[in-house]
Design a binder for this molecule. Structure first.
Ligand SMILES: NC(=O)c1ccc[n+]([C@@H]2O[C@H](COP(=O)([O-])OP(=O)(O)OC[C@H]3O[C@@H](n4cnc5c(N)ncnc54)[C@H](OP(=O)(O)O)[C@@H]3O)[C@@H](O)[C@H]2O)c1
Length: 315
């Protein structure tokens, strides 16, 4: 029977296990796929720990970890058009991704461009979240955007999308990621005590907006480098100037907002297209076989991933 890496209850790493699960049958508007690659995201361990996603039913254990995958269609469900057995696809999974077989919802599935490998599995969550945030800020070319946690999965994508939009980007990341950050055309700033002064040294007028990917005390401290008050100007429909994907509670207290996730096929197609065109690279830094899914998840769960971590399933 096909293998899957699951959690058997809500909890820490101790509730994870490899199990044999039957290959799932596609329901209406679903694709069954043989998984070739999986993107690893912080949400994977957060869901294992008991977090919930809007609109998701309560878990029925065991639950396969992971929320995004790329692979080859093995069956199409009732009502599916535009996809056929043998198609190479990527998208958001239904019922977990760290598995030899899984399901995609056609509402969030797209054909994998030939120019991309199956590691494009790393795009649906991080790159789409990056796109949503940069789009939400609606900055004009020449504006300065500060991204905290710029060396992680969302950060490297947000930096590239922002640079492509003509923005000047300053980003915080640990010293080991300085080379990666600078290769994206981003001015690197070391986080930690004194970070506000270091940002001011490279952006003396302050920054026009902040996309936070860290939260907590780092978010509280960095909010002070905004050029204008968090709430922006007088216009009611003025875009936010402080957003986060990491910490809604803190950003709300500071007067900012959480990133508005589109979770749409349109955004998935935009980021996949940009990756195929060579203007968006998810920077997959670590690749593990499915048999080492635990190590892959720990690499992200430490909170210090470099770009994206991917799990590959051997054919
Ligand atoms: N709302 C949503 O739909 C959504 C979607 C995607 C992600 N998220 C959230 O957004 C956050 C980022 O996601 P991700 O996928 O980019 O995570 P990730 O790949 O794990 O990257 C996080 C990055 O933050 C850096 N970091 C940690 N502490 C830092 C600090 N104090 N200052 C500066 N950088 C720091 C880490 O490395 P170094 O410290 O080594 O530099 C790492 O590169 C997570 O909280 C995730 O759950 C939310």
């Amino acid at each position: 029977m096909p293998k899957a890496y699951v959690y058997i209850a809500n909890g820490g790493p101790e509730v994870e296990a490899f199990v044999d699960l039957p290959a799932p049958e596609p329901g209406p508007d679903q694709l069954a796929i043989a998984v070739r690659a999986v993107g690893v995201n912080p949400v994977d361990w957060k869901l294992r720990g008991g977090s919930t996603r809007p609109g998701q039913p309560a878990p029925v254990f065991p639950v396969a970890l992971g929320v995004e995958a790329a692979g080859v269609v093995t069956a199409v469900g009732p009502g599916v058009t535009g996809f056929a057995v043998g198609d190479e696809v990527l998208g958001g999974t239904v019922g977990g991704a760290y598995a030899e077989y899984t399901l995609l919802s056609v509402a969030l599935a797209t054909h994998k461009p030939a120019a991309l490998s199956f590691r494009a599995a790393a795009l649906p969550v991080a790159a789409a979240t990056a796109y949503d945030g940069v789009h939400q800020l609606s900055l004009l070319p020449g504006a300065t955007l500060l991204i905290t946690g710029v060396g992680g999965g969302v950060g490297v994508a947000a930096a590239q999308l922002a640079r492509h939009a003509g923005l000047t980007v300053v980003g915080t990341a640990s010293a080991g990621k300085k080379d990666l950050v600078e290769s994206l055309g981003v001015t690197w700033v070391e986080p930690g005590p004194g970070v506000v002064e270091r940002v001011r040294a490279v952006a003396p007028q302050g920054v026009d907006a902040i996309y936070d990917l860290v939260g907590g005390a780092a978010l509280e401290e960095i909010a002070g480098v905004l050029r204008a008050p968090v709430g922006g100007g007088d216009a009611v429909d003025e875009p936010p100037r402080l957003i986060t994907a990491a910490d809604s509670a803190t950003v709300t207290r500071l007067g900012g907002v959480a990133v508005q996730r589109a979770r749409s096929l349109a955004v998935l197609d935009v980021v996949t297209g940009r990756a195929a065109a060579g203007v968006l690279d998810p920077h997959v830094s670590d690749v593990y076989p499915l048999e080492r899914a635990d190590t892959a998840l720990r690499a992200v769960e430490t909170g210090h991933a470099r770009g994206k971590v991917v799990i590959e399933v051997a054919v």
